[in-house]
Write a protein that binds this ligand. Structure first.
Ligand SMILES: Cc1cc2nc3c(=O)[nH]c(=O)nc-3n(C[C@H](O)[C@H](O)[C@H](O)COP(=O)(O)OP(=O)(O)OC[C@H]3O[C@@H](n4cnc5c(N)ncnc54)[C@H](O)[C@@H]3O)c2cc1C
Length: 307
C-alpha cells in the first residue's frame, strides 16, 4: 500500500482525528490549511485575498453528517455566511459538500437544503464539491435537476476518474460552471487512473475541452483548480491561443498551498480564486492534503518528535 493510499484510508477514520486534535503539532499544521474555527476567521482571510484582487471560495468543513439536525446546522452556517459576506461586500462563493447537507440521509432533504442556499445566493455561484466516486452520479444528477432553475449552481469534475470525459459532455450541454480538479479520494484502478502522469494528461485533455468554442458558446465557465504550475501554464496558453477572454475562466487554488503563484497569475491578467476552509471538523480535509504531499507528513512527525 502506498503512503497516499494509507493516508486516504486513514482519512475515513474520524476517531484518529479526535486523538490527533490533542497534539499541538497537528493543530499547528492544520492551521496552515484551515483559516480557523469560525466564519469570521474565514471571512477575514477572504477580505485580505479580495484586497489583492483574488476571489474567495469558502468551505465550512464537514462531510457525511449522521442526522438531519447536523445537515440543518451546516445549511444554517452557509446561509449566515452568505448574508455576512454580502453585507461586507466580499467576493466570496460557498463551496460545499452534498454529504454535509444530508445526502447520505435523504436526497430530498439534501436538495431542500441546497435549494435554500442557492436561493439565498440569488444567482451568485454556489460550488457543489465532488466527493468520492460513490457520490458522482447522485451529485451530477442533482446538479442537472437544479441547474435550469438556479443558474448560479456550479459543480466539479475529477480528472482521475475514467468516466469524466462523458460527464463533461453532459455538463457542457448544460452550459455548466464547472471546476476541473485532479481528484482527492482513494479510488480503485477500475474507476480512476492510478498513475499521476495519466491523471495529468487527462486533466490537460479535459481543460482543452472546457475551453473549446462550442463549450464557450453554451456558457460554460471553467474553474481550473490546480497548483500544478505546468497545467496552469497549459491552461493559460491554450486560452490565449483559442481567444478565450480572461473573464470567462479562472484558476482556483487552496488556502495554504502555493501562495507564491497568486501575484504572478494576477499580474498576467488571470482570474484567481482561493478556497478557504474553516471549522472544527478538519480531519478528512486535512488528511487529503497530507496524502497529496507526503512532505507535509514529515513536517508533522518532526514537530511531534520535538515535543
Ligand atoms: C479550489 C480547489 C477545489 C477542490 N475541490 C475538490 C473537489 O471538489 N473534489 C476533489 O476530489 N478534489 C478537490 N480538490 C483537490 C484536488 O483534486 C487535488 O487533490 C489537489 O488540488 C492537489 O492536486 P494539484 O492539481 O494541485 O496537483 P499536484 O500534482 O498534487 O500538486 C502540484 C503542486 O502543488 C503543491 N501541492 C499540491 N497539494 C499540496 C499539499 N496538500 N500541500 C502542499 N503542497 C501541495 C506542490 O507544490 C505540488 O508539487 C480541489 C482543489 C482545489 C485547488
Amino acid at each position: 500500500m502506498s503512503l497516499r493510499s494509507l493516508l486516504l484510508a486513514l482519512s475515513r477514520r474520524p476517531g484518529i482525528g479526535r486523538a490527533m486534535d490533542r497534539w499541538g503539532a497537528t493543530r499547528r499544521l492544520v492551521r496552515r490549511f484551515v483559516a480557523g474555527t469560525t466564519p469570521a476567521d474565514a471571512l477575514a482571510v477572504i477580505r485580505d485575498l479580495n484586497a489583492r484582487g483574488i476571489g474567495g471560495l469558502v468551505t465550512y468543513l464537514g462531510e457525511n453528517v449522521r442526522t438531519p439536525a447536523d445537515a440543518e446546522h451546516a445549511t444554517g452556517v452557509y446561509l449566515a455566511l452568505l448574508a455576512e459576506a454580502r453585507r461586507c461586500g466580499l467576493d466570496c462563493a460557498p463551496s460545499l459538500k452534498l454529504t454535509h447537507l444530508g445526502l447520505d440521509l435523504d436526497t430530498q432533504l439534501c436538495e431542500t437544503n441546497l435549494t435554500r442556499i442557492l436561493e439565498r445566493g440569488a444567482g451568485a455561484r454556489v460550488w457543489i464539491d465532488m466527493e468520492s466516486s460513490a457520490y458522482t452520479e447522485r451529485t451530477l444528477d442533482l446538479y442537472a435537476r437544479l441547474r435550469p432553475r438556479h443558474p448560479g449552481a456550479a459543480t466539479v469534475v475529477q480528472a482521475y476518474l475514467r468516466r469524466t470525459p462523458g460527464d463533461v459532455e453532459r455538463l457542457v450541454t448544460l452550459g455548466a460552471a464547472l471546476r476541473l480538479c485532479k481528484g482527492a479520494y482513494q479510488e480503485p484502478a477500475a474507476l480512476a487512473f492510478p498513475d499521476q502522469r495519466d491523471v495529468d494528461a487527462a486533466y490537460a485533455r479535459l481543460a482543452e475541452r472546457l475551453l473549446a468554442p462550442d463549450a464557450r458558446a453554451r456558457g460554460v465557465f471553467p474553474g481550473f483548480a490546480t497548483h500544478d504550475e505546468r497545467l496552469q501554464r497549459f491552461v493559460i496558453e491554450r486560452a490565449r491561443t483559442l481567444g478565450v477572454p480572461a473573464e470567462v475562466f479562472e484558476i482556483q487554488m487552496l488556502y495554504g498551498i502555493r501562495h507564491d503563484l497568486h501575484a504572478p497569475l494576477r499580474a498576467g491578467g488571470v482570474g484567481v480564486r482561493v478556497l478557504v476552509p474553516f471549522g472544527e471538523d478538519w480531519y478528512g480535509y486535512f488528511m487529503r492534503r497530507l496524502a497529496e504531499r507526503p512532505a507535509n507528513l514529515v513536517f508533522l512527525l518532526r514537530n511531534l518528535v520535538k515535543k
